[in-house]
Design a protein around this ligand. Structure first.
Ligand SMILES: Cc1cc2nc3c(=O)[nH]c(=O)nc-3n(C[C@H](O)[C@H](O)[C@H](O)COP(=O)(O)OP(=O)(O)OC[C@H]3O[C@@H](n4cnc5c(N)ncnc54)[C@H](O)[C@@H]3O)c2cc1C
Length: 445
């Protein structure tokens, strides 16, 4: 039987991973990417953009044997390092000993995935191929090529992995009963840099995600293997503490001296970087259905762009690939069933991580400096150390497990009730007593 032809539109993180999953199953895969070829174009040259890779993403990479190679160059971050306004440091571990999220380079990860496609003669790559339309019923995608010409490509199935502003989704948006919402956070972001002190020398603790929480705004920094940190300033566009207030060099210097005084001496190119780098926005996209019969499916950010505060957008997109692959395993050649089961399994989880990600903005920016919050975190930490089988924090379930995101969201609410109960009843000193805790576990059911 002739192998089915599958077009994947978007060769970013999830599209390149998915192409390998499908090639391993013997399909004829055609991967179309708007940008030039990463292997020659050096798209990320000069900029270190990093991402936190955690259990779900690693699980997806393991299935193609890439997890260990990616981890070799990753920097484990085992906790948050909070920087107070006067430069005091406070470290909170993310989980138990040995649990860490991993700072990886987005460019390198994407490059590795594209390089790996060379092992599969049934993957065909097309760069500088911008999708401009899709005929969903005929399964035809239309592209604008580098020379301005237009080409069409017909396949058996199309999968849209073309990111938050997906052209593939755009076509679905104008069909009947397609639900769609897009909302921008009032906060935008700007990338800045803390360079290495010398060759490979870190100016701050290497194995932590650094946070400068300041209520309505914050800065974070993730380490890179060369010793530098990529910082991201998250701040409202408008208002008293808004990007719009930082118009001149003097504004920027005064703002950073007032709010991030310990970071300023480590940022020699602060002013240049601030004005050279764009201020970008953060969008949440929700839509449904994600599929059109057996013809088209959306995957990754194309189906569910989330704000980055839980560090899960890529991890979730990689998990989409795992689930779609499992559906192919389960339903053989019944693509209508494959696509439908895939969307039913993933949609509740995409909605959950979307909610968790927005919640986490307020937690990171504001609550990580709050005494009550820190007290709750301390009790949580004790509970998960004392009763690892009974108590798992929302962070642990989201980041260090393969439990559905929807379960992590629900369990987190129950955990909160339990911890608030312990604080309100003044029984914190009794939590090491297993008999006492037996009377409380029902709160987690
Ligand atoms: C500031 C920030 C920080 C983040 N940090 C993290 C983190 O720490 N951890 C984490 O897990 N996630 C993080 N994310 C989220 C993560 O970047 C995304 O979830 C992930 O990139 C989604 O992968 P994707 O392949 O679906 O989309 P993308 O990576 O956006 O890839 C889409 C691809 O499609 C191509 N494309 C677009 N339109 C077309 C077209 N018309 N035709 C052809 N090709 C097209 C694009 O060029 C691109 O290559 C962060 C996001 C942001 C903005």
């Amino acid at each position: 039987m002739k192998a089915k032809k599958i077009s994947i539109i978007g060769g970013g993180l999830s599209g390149s991973l998915l192409s390998i999953y499908l090639a391993k199953r013997g399909f004829e895969v055609h991967l179309f990417e708007r940008r030039p070829d990463l292997r020659t174009a050096k798209i990320y040259a000069g900029r270190s953009i990093n991402l936190a890779l955690s259990t779900r993403g690693l699980n997806a990479l393991k299935k193609i044997g890439l997890d260990e190679e990616i981890l070799e160059d990753a920097i484990p971050m085992s906790g948050r390092m909070m920087h107070s306004k006067v430069g005091e440091l406070n470290y909170q571990p993310y989980g138990k000993d040995g649990q860490a999220i991993n700072s990886v380079s987005r460019g390198r990860l994407n490059l590795k995935l594209i390089e790996l496609t060379a092992n599969y003669p049934n993957i065909h790559l097309y760069f500088n191929a911008k999708c401009i339309d899709v005929d969903m019923d005929q399964c035809i995608a239309k592209f604008e090529m580098e020379d301005g010409s237009q080409q069409t490509f017909t396949s058996d199935h199309i999968i849209g992995t073309d990111g938050a502003f997906a052209a593939t989704r755009g076509r679905m948006q104008i069909t009947d009963r397609f639900n769609y919402s897009q909302s921008y956070l009032h906060v935008g972001y700007k990338e800045l840099i803390i360079p290495a002190a010398g060759a490979g020398q870190f100016q701050m603790e290497k194995n932590a995600l650094h946070i400068w929480p300041r209520g309505s705004f914050m800065m974070i920094a993730l380490p890179n293997p060369a010793g530098d940190f990529t910082c991201t300033l998250f701040m409202p566009f408008e208002g008293e503490f808004g990007f719009s207030k930082l118009q001149t060099e003097a504004d920027v210097i005064a703002f950073f001296n007032a709010h991030f005084p310990d970071a300023v001496p480590m940022m020699p190119t602060l002013v240049e970087d601030f004005f050279a780098n764009p201020t970008s926005s953060l969008v949440t996209v929700r839509c449904y259905p994600w599929v059109r019969k057996d013809k088209l499916a959306l995957l990754g950010d194309a189906a569910h762009a989330v704000v980055p505060f839980y560090g899960q957008g890529m991890n979730c997109s990689f998990e989409d690939c795992v689930v779609l692959d499992e559906c192919i395993e389960a339903y053989g050649d019944d693509w209508e069933k494959i696509f439908d089961e895939y969307q039913k399994l993933r949609k509740p989880n995409a909605d959950a991580i979307s909610e968790l990600a927005i919640q986490n903005y307020y937690e990171m920016a504001d609550k990580v400096g709050d005494k009550h919050f820190l007290h709750k975190k301390h009790i949580e930490h004790e509970l998960s150390a004392l009763y690892p089988d009974k108590y798992k924090s929302q962070y642990e379930l989201t980041t260090f497990s393969l439990s559905p995101y929807s379960y992590a969201l629900e369990q987190g609410k129950k955990n909160d009730l339990l911890v608030e109960h312990i604080i309100a009843s003044g029984t914190e000193s009794e939590i090491s007593d297993a008999n006492y805790m037996e009377t409380l576990w029902h709160l987690l059911k």
